[in-house]
Design a protein around this ligand. Structure first.
Ligand code: F6R
Length: 614
């Protein structure tokens, strides 16, 4: 949460900061602020979005300067008002800081600093860090780099920080522990960002900081990278980024979310590239081939994840148990990390994450690692913390996902998890050959099948009009479609603020059925095969109680089509493929309902794309 940008060089900094912040708004959008240095420090901040901040710059003189830092905030300590917005300054105004993370021991440090005469304007932990750095700098009589180093050794918590000292304006210092930070390396100029998107248009040369690393960038001396605990110099690893700027722009769509929904056929092609070559060829996943013995001898597989990625993991449980016959557990990372879980020799832990930066998932990984588990990471963002903290793994290659509600990343996760299960099942001999081949052929056809579902967009938009005033929704599915019911409900609630619950269809009679009346729309995923006829009975029960039913059915359905009020067809397919296709109309339904209600689809209230705090 929270996005950080920064620049030091010769270019005018204002546009770099403002455009960079706009690209990072997905990380938080409660308030924004920038510091620009031009002979003196100028700080402007505003509650709300980057456009609110822009309107504060009425004088072009104020935009001048070639050094600056900026921040877009997802509030943790203190309400989202102007005072609590970043950047924060030390009491003297010499040190300015932008911070993403939480300083857990900020209160005790603050008390000591107050006794020493430091004054505080905001409720934030970040202002405490600014004053602590100033205090260390003055008492130890050291330069900014050393002061940051000493100060960070005193703090407990998580941070990505970028710091400026007006007494030496040719230098910027930064550090990371638990929250991401990237440096863009230009020609005698440096860019800083929570990810690379703010500087992608200027440089593709990027250094991703590791935990416990800090940097000093000086226009005279260049960049020095240091390991904080060991106090040792580190050789920077500069990566050449492959991401294009088009990937992070809307490309003619009204919202990133809609663009990302329509990108799904291509994202699946990218995810399968080099892995699923043709229906006849075996699946090629090098990380599985290399570690096949570990999978072969596994007693148990534990998936750990949060939110939408947890729904992928739940579907993976169905896939893996069916195709591998290995026991699977699915854990919320936030529960797993605090409940003293049992990890035995031979357990494989698979964290699943889009961002690769989710704090709870990272903490769960660390715990599982300490207890001897083999960690196989699945994430989308290349070079992210989860990719680095696991023993091996696989990238989903969904491409940049900017919309806060996850869409294409989820589709790629579940498609890849099915591919992995097929690969392992085939190698272990736990899947029957003809079934294996049939599903492979269907996976090869998946991008085409998704395009067919996307062609129903207008029908779904029409259906959505009826539900913009609904207050509650129920989503029901069984078997492989149950995780999709949960995901459909999450998508609707997070972007439209309509309360929605996902349930296994048969559980309805154990309680939720009491809620059903004509004011409760029910979305039923009732694709052919599997439990179709059982779901059909559930549909009859709902109908008898007057609810309006939206059904996702297989093409040429002849039974539910007569009962449901609205029907969206997906192509006929194997029951393992059905959830991947059935999810897509639910994404579109949520999108259109939220959009028609006038909600901010890409940046729903209170949310952030990458949850780097607990
Ligand atoms: C919902 C959504 C979140 C994330 C969750 C985990 O649309 O995106 O529920 O799935 O915050 O994030 P990652 O996958 O980045 O670990």
């Amino acid at each position: 949460m929270c996005g950080i940008v920064g620049y030091i060089g010769k270019k005018p900094v204002y546009d770099i900061l403002i455009n960079g912040l706009k690209k990072l708004e997905y990380r938080g959008y409660d308030s924004t602020g920038v510091m620009i240095y031009n002979q003196k420090v100028l700080i402007k901040k505003s509650k709300g979005k980057v456009t609110d901040l822009e309107s504060l710059f009425t004088n072009s003189e104020e935009k001048k300067g070639s050094v600056g830092i900026g921040h877009t905030r997802w509030a943790t300590h203190g309400p989202p008002n102007t005072v609590n917005s970043h950047p924060h300054s030390s009491s003297s105004g010499e040190i300015t800081i932008v911070h993403n993370g939480i300083i857990e021991n900020y209160d005790s440090i603050k008390k000591i600093l107050i006794k020493k005469g430091y004054k505080f304007q905001s409720d934030t932990d970040s202002e405490v860090l600014a004053n602590l750095i100033e205090d260390v700098k003055k008492t130890k009589k050291v330069k900014l780099g050393k002061a940051v180093h000493y100060a960070l050794k005193q703090v407990v918590g998580a941070y990505a920080v970028v710091i400026f000292d007006s007494s030496n304006p040719n230098e910027i210092v930064g550090a990371r522990l638990g929250s991401p930070l990237a440096i863009g390396v230009g020609d005698s100029e440096y860019y800083f960002g929570s990810d690379a998107t703010p500087f992608l248009e200027f440089t593709k040369r990027c250094i991703y900081l590791n935990d416990n690393e800090m940097f000093v960038v000086s226009l005279k001396k260049g960049l020095t990278l240091r390991e904080i605990k060991m106090d040792s110099i580190v050789d920077p690893y500069i990566q050449e980024l492959k991401q294009s700027i088009e990937e992070v722009e809307k490309g003619g769509y009204d919202h990133f979310m809609l663009k990302e929904i329509f990108e799904q056929p291509q994202s699946i092609i990218d995810t399968f590239r080099g892995r699923l070559i043709s229906p006849k060829d075996p699946i090629s996943i090098s990380s599985i081939e290399k570690h096949f013995e570990v999978f072969k001898n596994a007693n148990r597989i534990i998936f750990i994840s949060c939110g939408t990625s947890w729904h992928s993991s739940l579907l993976a449980e169905y896939y893996f148990e069916e195709l591998l016959r290995i026991p699977v557990e699915v854990e919320y990372a936030s529960e797993f990390r605090y409940r003293n879980p049992i990890i035995n020799k031979g357990d494989i832990v698979i964290p699943v994450s889009q961002s690769g930066e989710t704090a709870d998932t990272l903490a769960a990984i660390k715990l599982a690692k300490e207890r001897g588990a083999f960690l196989y990471g699945i994430c989308n963002v290349v070079g992210s913390s989860i990719a680095r903290e696991t023993h091996t793994g696989i990238y989903t290659h969904a491409g940049s996902e900017i919309g806060v509600a996850s869409t294409k990343a989820f589709s790629c996760q579940i498609s890849l998890l099915l591919l992995m299960a097929l690969k392992l099942g085939e190698k272990l001999g736990t899947i029957e050959k003809t079934r294996y081949k049939r599903i492979l052929a269907e996976l090869n056809n998946l991008p085409k099948s998704i395009r067919k579902v996307l062609s129903k967009n207008n029908i779904i938009e029409d259906i959505s009009k009826k539900f913009i005033n609904s207050s509650n929704f129920l989503y029901l599915g069984r078997g492989y479609n149950f995780p999709i019911a949960l995901e459909g409900a999450l998508k609707l609630k997070e972007i439209s603020y309509i309360h929605a619950e996902g349930y296994p269809a048969a559980e309805m009679k154990h309680g939720p059925i009491a809620l059903i009346d004509e004011k409760m729309p029910v979305v039923v995923i009732a694709t052919k095969k599997g439990s179709y006829h059982k779901v059909l009975s559930n549909v009859m029960e709902i109908k008898a109680r007057g609810a309006e039913i939206i059904a996702i059915v297989s093409k040429n359905d002849t039974e539910i089509i007569d009962i449901a009020d609205h029907v969206i067809e997906i192509p006929n397919c194997d029951e393992l493929i059905a959830p991947i296709l059935a999810n897509i109309p639910l994404q579109l339904l949520s999108y259109h309902i939220a959009n028609k209600k006038g909600c901010n689809v890409d940046q729903p209230r209170n949310l952030a794309k990458s949850v780097t705090v607990e």
